[in-house]
Design a protein around this ligand. Structure first.
Ligand code: GDP
Ligand code: MG
Length: 166
Protein backbone atom coordinates (compact mmCIF):
# COMPACT_ATOMS: atom_id res chain seq x y z
CA UNK A 1 0.00 0.00 0.00
CA UNK A 2 1.44 3.37 -0.91
CA UNK A 3 0.18 6.83 -1.63
CA UNK A 4 -0.12 10.49 -0.73
CA UNK A 5 -2.45 11.79 1.93
CA UNK A 6 -3.32 15.47 2.37
CA UNK A 7 -4.26 16.86 5.78
CA UNK A 8 -6.33 20.00 5.86
CA UNK A 9 -8.11 21.92 8.56
CA UNK A 10 -8.16 25.23 10.37
CA UNK A 11 -5.09 26.21 12.40
CA UNK A 12 -4.76 24.51 15.81
CA UNK A 13 -7.14 21.65 15.14
CA UNK A 14 -4.23 19.24 15.76
CA UNK A 15 -2.78 18.40 12.34
CA UNK A 16 0.83 18.46 13.52
CA UNK A 17 -0.04 16.51 16.66
CA UNK A 18 -1.56 13.74 14.54
CA UNK A 19 1.50 13.69 12.31
CA UNK A 20 3.78 13.54 15.32
CA UNK A 21 1.87 10.53 16.53
CA UNK A 22 1.93 8.78 13.17
CA UNK A 23 5.45 9.44 11.96
CA UNK A 24 7.39 10.65 14.98
CA UNK A 25 8.02 14.01 16.52
CA UNK A 26 11.09 15.34 14.74
CA UNK A 27 9.84 15.38 11.17
CA UNK A 28 6.66 17.34 11.77
CA UNK A 29 8.38 19.90 13.96
CA UNK A 30 11.14 20.49 11.43
CA UNK A 31 8.84 20.90 8.47
CA UNK A 32 6.53 23.24 10.37
CA UNK A 33 9.08 25.98 9.71
CA UNK A 34 8.41 25.96 6.00
CA UNK A 35 4.98 27.49 6.40
CA UNK A 36 4.57 28.65 2.82
CA UNK A 37 6.12 25.80 0.89
CA UNK A 38 3.77 24.23 -1.59
CA UNK A 39 3.08 20.53 -1.06
CA UNK A 40 4.74 20.59 2.31
CA UNK A 41 5.66 17.03 3.18
CA UNK A 42 5.11 16.61 6.89
CA UNK A 43 6.10 13.04 7.28
CA UNK A 44 6.40 9.59 5.80
CA UNK A 45 4.91 6.55 7.48
CA UNK A 46 6.65 3.35 6.49
CA UNK A 47 6.06 -0.23 7.50
CA UNK A 48 6.92 -3.51 5.80
CA UNK A 49 3.95 -3.27 3.42
CA UNK A 50 2.96 0.39 3.53
CA UNK A 51 4.30 3.80 2.63
CA UNK A 52 2.14 6.85 3.19
CA UNK A 53 3.37 10.35 2.51
CA UNK A 54 1.47 12.96 4.51
CA UNK A 55 1.21 16.43 3.02
CA UNK A 56 0.11 19.49 4.89
CA UNK A 57 -1.96 21.87 2.80
CA UNK A 58 -1.70 25.28 4.38
CA UNK A 59 -3.63 28.21 3.06
CA UNK A 60 -7.09 26.87 2.43
CA UNK A 61 -9.03 29.84 3.67
CA UNK A 62 -10.82 32.75 2.11
CA UNK A 63 -8.13 34.71 0.24
CA UNK A 64 -7.74 38.40 1.15
CA UNK A 65 -4.74 39.15 -1.03
CA UNK A 66 -2.95 37.99 -4.16
CA UNK A 67 -0.58 35.91 -2.02
CA UNK A 68 -3.58 34.44 -0.27
CA UNK A 69 -5.16 33.68 -3.61
CA UNK A 70 -1.98 31.94 -4.75
CA UNK A 71 -1.90 29.88 -1.56
CA UNK A 72 -5.47 28.75 -2.01
CA UNK A 73 -4.81 27.73 -5.60
CA UNK A 74 -1.70 25.80 -4.55
CA UNK A 75 -3.59 24.03 -1.83
CA UNK A 76 -6.41 23.13 -4.19
CA UNK A 77 -4.05 21.70 -6.77
CA UNK A 78 -2.48 19.60 -4.00
CA UNK A 79 -5.90 18.15 -3.29
CA UNK A 80 -6.07 17.12 -6.93
CA UNK A 81 -2.78 15.24 -6.69
CA UNK A 82 -3.19 13.15 -3.55
CA UNK A 83 -4.86 9.76 -3.07
CA UNK A 84 -6.86 10.59 0.04
CA UNK A 85 -7.75 13.62 2.14
CA UNK A 86 -8.04 13.98 5.90
CA UNK A 87 -10.20 16.96 6.81
CA UNK A 88 -9.59 17.64 10.47
CA UNK A 89 -11.85 19.58 12.80
CA UNK A 90 -11.75 20.32 16.50
CA UNK A 91 -14.51 18.58 18.47
CA UNK A 92 -14.46 21.51 20.84
CA UNK A 93 -15.22 24.22 18.26
CA UNK A 94 -18.39 24.98 16.38
CA UNK A 95 -18.47 24.67 12.60
CA UNK A 96 -17.45 28.06 11.27
CA UNK A 97 -16.80 30.03 8.08
CA UNK A 98 -13.29 28.58 7.78
CA UNK A 99 -14.68 25.04 7.85
CA UNK A 100 -17.40 25.92 5.35
CA UNK A 101 -14.84 27.34 2.94
CA UNK A 102 -12.88 24.06 3.06
CA UNK A 103 -16.06 21.98 2.74
CA UNK A 104 -17.07 23.87 -0.41
CA UNK A 105 -13.67 23.11 -1.94
CA UNK A 106 -13.84 19.45 -0.95
CA UNK A 107 -17.16 18.94 -2.69
CA UNK A 108 -15.44 18.66 -6.07
CA UNK A 109 -12.64 16.39 -4.85
CA UNK A 110 -13.19 12.88 -6.13
CA UNK A 111 -10.99 11.10 -3.60
CA UNK A 112 -11.68 9.30 -0.37
CA UNK A 113 -12.25 12.01 2.24
CA UNK A 114 -12.16 11.36 5.97
CA UNK A 115 -13.74 13.74 8.44
CA UNK A 116 -11.39 13.50 11.41
CA UNK A 117 -12.93 14.93 14.58
CA UNK A 118 -10.00 15.57 16.88
CA UNK A 119 -9.65 16.32 20.61
CA UNK A 120 -12.41 13.96 21.68
CA UNK A 121 -10.53 13.61 24.98
CA UNK A 122 -11.68 17.09 25.91
CA UNK A 123 -15.38 16.93 25.07
CA UNK A 124 -18.39 15.19 26.59
CA UNK A 125 -19.84 12.39 24.41
CA UNK A 126 -23.08 14.38 24.00
CA UNK A 127 -21.09 17.23 22.59
CA UNK A 128 -19.41 14.89 20.11
CA UNK A 129 -22.84 13.88 18.83
CA UNK A 130 -23.76 17.53 18.43
CA UNK A 131 -20.61 18.21 16.40
CA UNK A 132 -21.29 15.20 14.17
CA UNK A 133 -24.77 16.59 13.64
CA UNK A 134 -23.35 19.96 12.55
CA UNK A 135 -21.32 18.23 9.84
CA UNK A 136 -23.70 15.53 8.69
CA UNK A 137 -24.92 17.52 5.68
CA UNK A 138 -21.41 18.80 4.85
CA UNK A 139 -19.68 15.76 3.41
CA UNK A 140 -22.25 12.99 3.64
CA UNK A 141 -20.08 10.49 1.77
CA UNK A 142 -17.03 11.00 4.02
CA UNK A 143 -16.10 8.43 6.67
CA UNK A 144 -16.08 9.98 10.13
CA UNK A 145 -13.27 9.30 12.61
CA UNK A 146 -13.48 10.79 16.10
CA UNK A 147 -9.92 10.70 17.45
CA UNK A 148 -7.59 12.11 20.03
CA UNK A 149 -4.30 12.86 18.31
CA UNK A 150 -2.86 13.70 21.71
CA UNK A 151 -3.85 10.49 23.47
CA UNK A 152 -3.98 8.26 20.42
CA UNK A 153 -7.61 7.11 20.55
CA UNK A 154 -8.78 5.64 17.24
CA UNK A 155 -5.61 6.69 15.37
CA UNK A 156 -4.63 3.09 14.53
CA UNK A 157 -8.12 2.46 13.16
CA UNK A 158 -7.81 5.52 10.93
CA UNK A 159 -4.43 4.31 9.65
CA UNK A 160 -5.80 0.85 8.95
CA UNK A 161 -8.65 2.31 6.90
CA UNK A 162 -6.30 4.59 4.98
CA UNK A 163 -4.02 1.66 4.25
CA UNK A 164 -6.97 -0.24 2.84
CA UNK A 165 -7.62 2.57 0.36
CA UNK A 166 -4.04 2.81 -0.95
P1 GDP B 1 -2.27 22.41 13.89
O1 GDP B 1 -2.18 23.89 13.83
O2 GDP B 1 -3.52 21.94 13.23
O3 GDP B 1 -1.05 21.72 13.38
O4 GDP B 1 -2.46 22.03 15.45
P2 GDP B 1 -1.37 21.46 16.50
O5 GDP B 1 -1.09 20.03 16.22
O6 GDP B 1 -0.22 22.39 16.54
O7 GDP B 1 -2.21 21.49 17.86
C1 GDP B 1 -2.72 22.70 18.40
C2 GDP B 1 -2.96 22.52 19.91
O8 GDP B 1 -3.96 21.54 20.14
C3 GDP B 1 -1.71 22.03 20.66
O9 GDP B 1 -1.66 22.69 21.89
C4 GDP B 1 -1.97 20.55 20.84
O10 GDP B 1 -1.33 20.00 21.97
C5 GDP B 1 -3.48 20.52 21.01
N1 GDP B 1 -4.06 19.23 20.61
C6 GDP B 1 -3.84 18.57 19.44
N2 GDP B 1 -4.51 17.41 19.41
C7 GDP B 1 -5.16 17.31 20.59
C8 GDP B 1 -6.03 16.30 21.17
O11 GDP B 1 -6.35 15.26 20.60
N3 GDP B 1 -6.53 16.60 22.41
C9 GDP B 1 -6.22 17.74 23.08
N4 GDP B 1 -6.77 17.90 24.29
N5 GDP B 1 -5.41 18.68 22.58
C10 GDP B 1 -4.88 18.48 21.34
MG1 MG C 1 0.67 22.52 12.44
Amino acid sequence: HSGFVAIIGRPNVGKSTLLNRIVGQKVAIMSDKAQTTRNRIQGIYTTRDTQMVFIDTPGIHKPHSRLGDFMVKSALSTLGEVDAVLFMINADERRGAGDNFIIDRLKSVKKPIYLVINKIDQVHPDHLLEIMDQYKDALPWADVYPISALEGNNVDELLTTLKGKL
